[in-house]
Ligand binder design. Structure first.
Ligand code: ZN
Ligand code: ZN
Ligand code: ZN
Ligand code: ZN
Ligand code: ZN
Ligand code: ZN
Length: 657
């Protein structure tokens, strides 16, 4: 239970209060466990946000404890994980929400539902996407003015400054998106730039030198990149630029069409492009790619190349949409400029659609833009970007964080899972006016936002339960004369009985922590410091050095002299100088290469034997291994020593037997 990590630090939280909360929470959670219908032996729980049955093994569908709102008022103190604020939801849903208002999730669900609906015509789709986009921009604004992005301890300071009436208002705004008076008050004097900017540091005033350089060199190069992907200058301007604050000029803007008016309003210029590119490169090096960076496998030109990479990536994407949808109009193509989950990308630091660099399917890889810069040459954007060699994708923050720690095989299921979060839920009821306009910024006047309609409505629980610290029991809900002990069960009932949408099947999976996968991978990799080739074992590097770089071995030098100290083993062969990490490998090497043995060594343990028969008997009996003779240079294994010898001479020494 998380209470010690979260609530303990809140003001007024004594150990007694914490343990009372903990007991109440445990009691209500265990009361709500359902015996599994088919055998009755296991208890299960249904996700309170999506209605799926949660899994007990780690993975995207596993249980995670969730506080519905950032805080509840319990008596005269502010609490967090306290009834009725506690529910359990699928871990993947929790990742997708992180520190945002609860209504971000139903809005994501509506985005996916709208994009996936094959029956919607383009005009209807546009009106609905505009409404959802505006709503999510307002959710980002809430996150900012209510300080949801701060750590709990800092948030609580801000909350403590509000009167009880204001705290109630904040909770209401967070669960409905109604623009109440506290929003007006907090937004007063808060300009658009503060909400729609690329990083914590504003880009500030554009320096004339940057602007001139960008106009004279960067922009023409970007247009040429477009031409490499078959886009005319006119098409490049239409799809990937907006008017610059300097009259008559264009500035690179590859982000979603719906965010263009905010960019123009806030004076997006070449300096913003530069800030965004540098920040993206820096974030990649510092977080997702850090293990590869530590192993020295990042691309040295990444920061310099980022703007050009963004251009190449989006030109490629536009060209692909043109190919795939030959009948689409230019405007339709513009609206299809979406990420891997069909989510738009924007540059704003606090927006759930903020663009970020994400790994392709696999962890345990270096994040590469596909830069191929020959030694001693300067980076040339027109010749040195090879997108086919890239290992990264450009995704919205939502996509990146929900996919983040999960295997690629689960991504479809997670997206389907997120689609199940309803618009009208007992914990929230998204206001119909939330997406009518962006609270603090402008939208394109020609776009008419129309709210999506809910598939069904669950009764909204009274906010007083969250302000009085009501205990378990208040969440007992009725529908169709049936009583439900959890919100998740009521939700499932509504999905099955009151909605026409299909019940998708979801894959259940167990995933390792992907950061650990990266770390383990890069810790096991050894790198040739001459040509940069990498190996997952010291043996591979040693052979590579001998075969590829024999000139680096001084004639009188023994072989291990060329292998870096970090990968050198502790057992050195006195005949040829090869080194080994395990003693038994050295013994095997002595027997194999120099025909010197104090008996035949076992490849699995440290025992030695006088005859091959004895060794074979030992292998079968003790290690159960029918192929005890392992090649030390590749994964091959053999039942007899002769076969191994033939393999080594034939395959690794390149000699005819
Ligand atoms: Zn502000
Ligand atoms: Zn019902
Ligand atoms: Zn090498
Ligand atoms: Zn040797
Ligand atoms: Zn053994
Ligand atoms: Zn081999």
């Amino acid at each position: 239970m998380n209470l010690d990590k979260t609530d303990r630090k809140l003001p007024g939280a004594t150990p007694e209060l914490i343990s009372t909360d903990l007991e109440a929470m445990s009691a209500s959670l265990s009361d709500s466990l359902q015996p599994r219908p088919h055998d009755g032996s296991w208890a299960s729980r249904v996700c309170d946000y999506t209605g799926i049955t949660l899994s007990w093994t780690p993975g995207p569908m596993s249980n995670s404890l969730e506080a519905v709102y950032p805080f509840v008022i319990k008596g005269d103190r502010i609490a967090y994980h306290a009834n009725p604020n506690v529910c359990t939801i699928a871990t993947a849903v929790n990742y997708a929400k992180k520190r945002q208002a609860p209504i971000s999730l139903p809005l994501f669900a509506q985005w996916f539902t709208t994009i996936d609906d094959p029956l919607l015509d383009f005009e209807t789709r546009k009106t609905r996407l505009t409404w959802i986009y505006n709503g999510l921009s307002n959710v980002a604004t809430m996150g900012h003015i209510f300080s949801l992005e701060l750590p709990h301890v800092d948030q609580v300071e801000k909350w403590a400054q509000w009167t009880p009436q204001e705290q109630r208002e904040v909770l209401e705004v967070l669960r409905t998106g109604e623009k109440r008076s506290i929003v007006h008050r907090l937004l007063f004097g808060c300009d658009g730039r503060e909400l729609f900017h690329v990083s914590e540091n504003r880009w500030g005033n554009c320096q004339p030198s940057t602007i001139k350089d960008a106009r004279d060199t960067v922009y023409p190069t970007l247009v040429k990149i477009g031409q490499q992907y078959g886009l005319t200058k006119e098409e490049f301007d239409y799809f990937l630029t907006i008017p610059s604050p300097r009259r008559g000029e264009r500035v690179f803007y590859p982000f979603y069409v719906l965010s263009r008016s905010q960019a123009e309003e806030n004076g997006w210029d070449w300096n913003s492009v530069k800030s965004f590119s540098l920040l993206t490169a820096r974030t990649m090096a510092k977080y997702c790619n850090r293990w590869a960076v530590a192993a020295g496998r990042d691309e040295p030109h990444a920061a310099e190349a980022m703007t050009y990479f963004l251009a190449a990536y989006f030109c490629d994407q536009i060209a692909r949409i043109k190919r795939d949808k030959p009948t689409a109009t230019r405007e339709e193509i513009l609206w299809l400029n979406l990420d891997r989950w069909d989510v738009p990308t924007v540059p704003w630091a606090r927006h759930p659609f903020k663009m970020s660099l994400a790994k392709g399917p696999d962890h345990g890889i270096a994040m590469m833009l596909g830069l191929k810069v020959p030694d001693l040459e300067r980076f040339d954007p027109l010749r040195h970007i090879d997108l086919s060699q890239r290992t990264v994708e450009l995704d919205a923050w939502l996509t990146n964080s929900a996919m983040g720690n999960n295997n690629a095989a689960d991504w479809d299921s997670i997206r389907t899972l997120l689609r199940r979060v309803p618009l009208r839920h007992s914990f929230w009821r998204v206001d119909e006016r939330l997406g009518d306009r962006i609270w603090n910024g402008s939208q394109t006047p020609s776009l008419r936002p129309v709210p999506p309609s809910p598939a069904f409505a669950m009764p909204l629980l009274p906010i007083d339960d969250w302000l009085n610290g009501a205990d378990q029991g208040v969440l007992q809900q009725q529908c169709c004369g049936e009583q439900f002990s959890t919100i998740g069960l009521l939700l499932r009932h509504c999905q099955e009985r009151h909605s026409y949408s299909e019940s998708p099947t979801l894959r259940d999976a167990v995933n390792p922590d992907q950061d650990d996968v990266d770390k383990a991978h890069w810790n096991s990799v050894v790198i040739c410091d001459i040509c940069g080739a990498d190996f997952t074992a010291a043996q591979g590097l040693r052979i590579h050095r001998r075969d590829r770089h024999p000139e680096t071995l001084a004639p009188e030098d023994s072989l291990q002299g060329s292998v870096s100290a970090a990968v050198r083993g502790h057992f050195i062969c006195e005949v040829c100088g090869s080194d080994f990490i395990l003693r038994r490998n050295l013994l095997q090497h002595l027997a194999l290469s120099h025909d010197r043995h104090d008996g035949l060594p076992c490849t699995q343990c440290d025992e030695t034997f006088a005859t091959e028969d004895q060794l074979m008997g030992h292998m079968r009996k003790v290690h159960g291994d029918p192929k005890p003779f392992k090649c030390q240079e590749c994964p091959a294994a053999f039942p007899q020593r002769n076969a191994l010898n033939d393999h080594v001479t034939g395959v690794h020494r390149n000699q005819k037997p």
